[in-house]
Ligand binder design. Structure first.
Ligand code: ADP
Ligand code: MG
Length: 535
């Protein structure tokens, strides 16, 4: 049975709780942000599900209500959201489902204690942040469409307990029993100050009880609908932090409205820091779709996967408020919005790329993800290749393909590259010494994705991309002195299983021998990678 038993937390939850409670003391106030965000999400989810099931409809005055009981030392955060069943309570609050939370636990465990507080800005820690200020947390919840409520409660140590409870209407109440050293949060004014920093961006009304009555604590303005000239830098930053659970500054803010055949407002942020490892499993964009200010979904894949690090909101008039999932899949409106968004982002990046110094931090953060676009995006492949930056034998600075091409000396026909796991090691590879000796520059590619995109791209600015190991046509096969032909024949016989030929070549200047890919073969590092993957 799911009720009335004390059950242990998942091992991972235990670890996260321990870390959150003991190392993030100085960032305690974020518990309110996390719990209010959950309440707002629950209301958004209920609104969305009600589109296809009227029985779940939100009450007209749906809201989030915060109240303090000083005598009982509790704070209660109540919402009219979708609510949870007993099973939901056990699975959502007893285990860690979200990969981001797992990444957070790992990063935090590895970090030095003094680095921990700043890390919290990079990850949402969710519901468990309640235990920073409370020694017992209760969640009384009733799933919309059901009659029975359940109470989840825990002291944040060993486990939790779920029992039957009553709640007049669907939704949830989170009750925090405030710790002795967290008295400050029993002051409604203090809570209001915390809320004011970011709550305006939440479109659901938030109310705080003061002197017996509930008063509005947020304006619910949709920042993205305002004119640029009416929004301050600070407003943008606060909204960005709220959206992405970040504490840093956005690297770029792109805010515009499209008018004409299709109408929408968009506010996109390119983060200053990547919140999660860019190779996370989830490779899809979660830019939020709103229709006439109302949140609809963050699953509409508004940007291609290679721009998944962008946070933001798109709000359109051109879809009905009761848009269904099926309609979202099929409507040409979204296809046109997507097209406009990706083009706008590419234009912005092209402009910003002109300032190499300012562009560098972006490339350092997101260069590898960006390059996925060269591989994945048939339509924008060449644009993305133009935006990417690479190491090369030209020097220590990053280079673009355009700069590379502009530097090509007379006699060089193709763009050369070499792949390997370590950029500094491939810089001195025998594979490229012949090319270097001829004064030909070689791109040094050392990200995972680099093993795959050059073949897809095939050409840039009408120049072929050629792996250094396959640059056979620029070298003469030199006539072998007698002694060398004997050696070559002996090597060829001894290595007959491994190589197809042994030749003398002007490819080498300092090294005695190197492996070269035969024409038409994938390059050597890729062959190694494929062997390792068992292909
Ligand atoms: P996240 O919000 O990032 O998923 P949390 O730890 O904040 O992670 O919350 C875990 C889950 O618990 C949520 O995904 C949601 O399913 C559920 N949850 C939390 N608070 C509420 C609430 N007020 N109403 C309904 N579900 C909730
Ligand atoms: Mg949450």
């Amino acid at each position: 049975s799911t009720t009335d038993t004390t059950r242990p937390f998942d091992a991972e939850v235990g670890r996260l709780l321990d870390l959150v409670v003991h190392s993030l003391y100085s960032e305690r106030e974020i518990f309110l942000r996390e719990l209010v965000a959950n309440a707002a999400d629950a209301i958004d989810r209920r609104r969305f599900l009600a589109l296809s099931d009227e029985s779940l409809a939100l009450p007209e005055d749906a809201s989030i209500r915060i109240s303090v009981d000083k005598a009982a030392r509790t704070i209660t955060i109540a919402d009219d959201g979708i609510g949870m069943t007993a099973e939901d309570l056990a699975s959502h609050l007893g285990t860690i489902a979200r990969s981001g939370t797992r990444a957070f636990t790992e990063t935090l465990a590895d970090a030095k204690p003094e680095e921990r507080p700043s890390l919290i800005g990079q990850f949402g820690v969710g519901f468990y942040s309640a235990f920073m200020v409370a020694d017992t947390v209760e969640m009384i919840s009733r799933r919309a469409g059901t009659e029975i409520a359940h109470k989840w409660s825990s002291d944040g140590r060993g486990g939790y307990r779920i029992s039957e409870a009553t709640r007049e209407t669907p939704g949830s109440d989170v009750v925090l029993h405030i710790k002795a050293d967290a008295d400050e949060y029993l002051e409604p004014v203090r809570l209001e100050t915390i809320l004011r920093k970011w709550a305006d961006h939440i479109s659901v009304p938030i109310k705080i009880e003061r002197d017996g009555s509930f008063q509005a604590a947020n304006e619910g303005t949709a920042l993205w609908r305002k004119r640029k000239s009416d929004v301050s830098e600070q407003d943008y930053t606060e909204f960005y932090r709220h959206l992405g659970h970040m504490f840093d500054q956005p690297w770029a803010t792109i805010h515009w409205s499209a008018e004409g055949s299709i109408e929408f407002s968009a506010l996109l942020f390119i983060p200053g820091q990547s919140p999660f490892p860019v190779t996370e499993d989830d490779r899809e964009s979660h830019v939020r779709l709103h229709v006439r200010r109302m949140f609809i979904t963050d699953d509409a894949k508004l940007l291609p996967g290679w721009l998944r690090f962008i946070e933001g909101v798109v709000d359109t008039e051109d879809l009905p408020l009761n848009v269904s999932r099926e309609m979202l899949q099929a409507t040409p409106v979204l296809a046109r919005i997507r097209k406009a968004l990706v083009n706008r982002v590419i234009t912005e990046l092209k402009t910003r790329a002109k300032d190499a110094e300012a562009y560098k931090p972006f490339i350092e953060q997101f260069g590898p993800v960006l390059k996925e676009g060269i591989y994945d995006d048939n339509e924008h492949r060449t644009d993305v290749a133009g935006l990417a930056r690479f190491r090369s034998t030209h020097g220590d600075e990053l280079t673009s393909l355009d700069e590379y091409v502009a530097r090509m000396p007379e006699g060089q026909k193709d763009i050369y590259y070499i792949t390997g796991e370590d950029a500094e090691r491939i810089r001195t590879s025998p594979q490229i010494e012949g090319l270097r000796a001829k004064g030909f520059e070689v791109l040094l590619l050392s990200d995972q994705i680099d093993f795959f995109w050059p073949e897809r791209l095939a050409t840039y600015a009408e120049k072929k991309l050629v792996h250094a190991g396959a640059a056979n046509d620029v070298f003469e096969t030199t006539a072998m002195p007698e002694a060398m032909s004997t050696l070559a024949a002996a090597l060829k016989a001894a290595l007959s299983e491994q190589v197809s030929d042994v030749v003398a070549s002007s490819r080498l200047t300092d090294s005695p021998a190197a492996l070269a890919a035969a024409g038409g073969q994938p390059d050597l590092a890729l062959q190694r990678l494929m062997r390792r993957a068992g292909r």
